[in-house]
Ligand binder design. Structure first.
Ligand SMILES: CCCCCCCCCC(=O)SCCNC(=O)CCNC(=O)[C@H](O)C(C)(C)COP(=O)(O)OP(=O)(O)OC[C@H]1O[C@@H](n2cnc3c(N)ncnc32)[C@H](O)[C@@H]1OP(=O)(O)O
Length: 249
């Protein structure tokens, strides 16, 4: 049991402390001097597709529209390793959060073989959740560039409220995990202010409001990319947990 718990804990650790790729490419092409940011972006994307390692879904793919690419490059250019101050780190994103868990009966039945992070498992690129999350150097803020796909429709021509909630939980949850993994959402409070047109790219920004013992209070807002339109506001409470919490069933 102790060994299993250790493995599960390691998987959570690796989930939030992955070697942030910044602008490095773990690929032979990394030594190439890229002429433009676009060249580097495309080589990174290709490397991730053909690598035998897990695919990093937060790299550009052919479904990303102009605005998604523009904002990805805007924040990526401000990541450590660039000449722009290194204010942000990009968070890699995989389709399995507990790949290495081989824990107790509960986890081995449900998680081990088939479980996948649902935001990253719709096969058609661009059909649902396309997103990339950046975290600020002081870890007080996260910004996510999110492009909504046609499978996320709720009201005609607009994004489903549950899909918006999913993205808010994902961004605030990733943020809380960086600060204090492992965590679980205890409370999510959402105000929908204006609908998000389906297909639009929006910003989902989170901010750490306060920490009280095991509690992390995080606020979040979803806006148009120029910040002029507020779509959604939320507050979330995360509790850091002991991994044994997940074995209770
Ligand atoms: C790979 C990429 C991943 C991307 C990120 C995705 C993130 C997704 C995160 C999730 O969606 S997690 C899934 C949804 N959440 C759950 O299923 C959690 C279900 N609830 C629980 O398991 C437990 O209720 C919980 C862990 C949240 C708390 O149980 P605990 O036993 O650890 O805490 P406890 O009940 O003793 O409460 C501790 C403190 O928190 C407070 N608290 C607990 N739940 C609360 C609540 N809901 N609202 C307000 N306060 C709450 C509680 O009052 C108390 O305050 P005080 O210490 O001041 O007395």
């Amino acid at each position: 049991m102790a060994k299993n718990l250790f493995r599960i804990f390691r998987s959570f650790q690796s989930f939030v402390s992955l070697p942030f790729t910044k602008n490095q490419v773990a690929h032979p092409c990394a030594s190439v001097a890229f002429r433009t940011t676009f060249d580097r972006t495309m080589v990174q994307a290709l490397a991730s597709f053909f690598s035998p390692k897990s695919r990093d879904f937060s790299l550009p793919n052919s479904s990303w529209g102009e605005e998604m690419i523009r904002l990805y490059e805007f924040y990526n250019n401000q990541c450590e390793g660039e000449n722009h101050g290194g204010e942000w780190r990009r968070l890699p994103s995989y389709n399995r959060s507990l790949k290495y868990a081989s824990g107790g009966v509960y986890l081995s039945k449900i998680i081990q073989s088939k479980a996948r992070l649902f935001t990253r498992n719709i096969r058609e690129p661009g059909a649902a959740f396309e997103y990339v999350v950046f975290v600020s150097k002081d870890e007080q803020r996260c910004v996510c560039v999110f492009q909504s796909g046609h499978l996320l429709e709720g009201p005609p021509g607009h994004v489903h409220g549950g899909a918006i909630a999913t993205m808010i939980d994902t961004v605030t949850g990733s943020h809380a995990s960086i600060l204090s993994a492992p965590v679980m959402t205890a409370n999510l409070n959402i105000n929908y202010r204006s609908p998000i047109p389906l297909g639009n790219t929006v910003l989902v920004e989170s901010c750490l409001d306060k920490r009280e013992g095991r509690k992390l209070f995080i606020s979040c807002k979803v806006t148009s990319t120029d910040g002029s339109k507020l779509h959604t506001e939320a507050t979330a409470l995360f509790l850091s947990i002991n991994v044994s919490h997940l074995l209770r069933g």
